[in-house]
Design a protein around this ligand. Structure first.
Ligand code: SAJ
Length: 411
């Protein structure tokens, strides 16, 4: 029973490793020579707890290997990126090229699963691309399914096993066959449906979170106008048994929540009004934060006659991780550096040891420790509520503080 996993990224590689761990022969495919070489050497090209051990063990046992060429297999799992283009329309080109690459290897009877987060209709589109390349296999029993992942980065090897999964099949038989494959490692419930519902379910889960964060972010703007502490307000309102408001922040980051809702908006542009508004509210929050810094900088300039020193605490997209992808905190730090030429911008990020490329070439930016930042800054801007920053609230009382996460509100 061989499975080819196409795309060895944050989802594909863990999935390949866990299938191998459970006895499958797994062939991983990736366009990156570096990724292929890393996996074949039993190592991993990115950090995810426990993944390295899984990969090493299964490569050594001969159950997992990688290649740039798509092999013959009984089942294919496509886990390639689905970014969006400039107009927020989904870019299915990686799915299309993976489909074209696997088509020549098909003999009939294979199961092809799309795992990439996709707009409704993408699995049908993948099937069309494959059957266009292989019209000879129209009645050869090819089956298609969509099985979105829902694992949280940092807990992938655990959540792959424990999360429930949605499996959408092009037919019920296809769904059952995909269920059988995921059952080899998934201990959660496996819920069967059609491909379009499965695609939409994944998008809806992340949109639910985005809409609820947008609600919190909108409240933070209203409260700033009204002179109300938004975090106290939310805490109080959440005592209601049926109210559970999320937390405002400097914006929404990561690869999923800030992207997936746009796929729904693109599919239903005039109907998806709330989902679009939520995206716009969350995307606008970093500009509002910059406006807060500008106002504080103006005050400092008035008082002291010089440009303020600004400390930006945190670059990651959420607390206690080193992941800077699509991070509003990083974007804000870059904008600060550009807009406050005369100021020095002291960046603190305990989870990295060098400035990321987008900040490294800015002459007015330095990576410093939290102690240094707190000692030197006129304005302290808290962007990520890393545990490491929790105790600093006491020490910034004489500064102008912009706490976008509410981490210090009690100190
Ligand atoms: N955020 C807030 N306020 C909150 C909660 C989060 O501002 O109250 C911000 C975070 O700081 C971060 C962003 O939202 O910038 C996203 O963080 P997250 O922890 O909500 O989600 P991700 O992107 O790490 O993972 C999400 C998860 N989806 C849901 O919780 C519905 C995960 O289960 C999915 O597998 C993942 O997206 C994915 O791959 O789609």
């Amino acid at each position: 029973n061989t499975v080819a996993v196409i795309g060895l990224g944050y989802i594909g590689l863990p999935t390949a490793a866990i299938l191998a761990e459970n006895g499958m022969t797994v062939l991983g495919v990736d366009v990156s020579e570096r990724t292929v070489a890393a996996v074949n050497a039993g190592t991993v090209p990115f950090v995810e707890p426990d993944l390295a051990e899984f990969v090493q063990r299964n490569v050594e046992a001969g159950r997992l290997s990688a290649s740039r060429e798509t092999p013959q297999a009984d089942a294919y799992i496509v886990a390639v990126p689905t970014p969006f283009k400039g107009d927020h329309a989904p870019d299915l080109s990686y799915i299309e090229s993976a489909s074209r690459a696997l088509s020549p290897q098909l003999r009939g009877g294979e199961l092809v699963i799309l795992e990439s987060t996709s707009p409704p209709g993408a699995t049908e589109h993948m099937a069309e691309v494959i059957l266009e390349a292989r019209p000879d296999l129209k009645d050869a029993g090819l089956e298609f399914a969509h099985c979105p992942e829902r694992v949280l980065p940092g807990r992938v090897m655990v959540e792959l096993v424990t999360n429930d999964r949605i499996v959408g099949g092009s037919t019920l038989a296809a769904a059952r066959r995909a269920e059988e494959l995921y059952r080899t490692f998934c201990e959660g419930e496996i819920l069967l449906t059609d491909t379009r519902t499965a695609e939409m379910a994944k998008l809806v889960e992340n949109s639910f979170r985005d809409v609820n964060i947008a609600f919190a972010n909108e409240l933070s703007l209203i409260c700033a106008e009204q002179g109300i502490d938004v975090w106290e307000l939310i805490e109080l309102a959440n005592h209601h048994p049926r109210v559970n408001i999320l937390q405002p922040g400097p914006g929404v980051g990561g690869h999923c929540i800030a992207v997936d809702p746009w796929f729904i908006v693109d599919a239903a542009p005039s109907t998806a009004r709330l989902i679009r508004a939520a995206r716009e509210i969350n995307d606008a929050k970093p500009r509002w934060v910059i406006g807060q810094v500008k106002a504080a900088a103006f005050d400092v300039q008035q008082e002291t006659g010089r440009a303020p020193v600004v400390a930006a605490l945190g670059l990651a997209f959420k607390p206690n991780i080193d992941d800077l992808r699509e991070s509003p905190a990083l974007n804000i730090a870059v904008d600060l550096a550009d807009q406050f030429h005369a100021s020095s911008v002291l960046v603190v990020e305990p989870h990295v040891d060098a400035l990321p490329p987008r900040l490294a070439d800015k002459p007015n930016v330095q990576l410093v420790t939290a102690d240094e930042a707190v000692a030197q800054a006129d304005i302290v801007l808290l962007l990520v509520d890393h545990d490491a920053f929790a105790g600093l609230g006491e020490r910034v009382r004489d500064k102008r503080v912009i706490d976008t996460r509410g981490q210090w509100r009690r100190s």
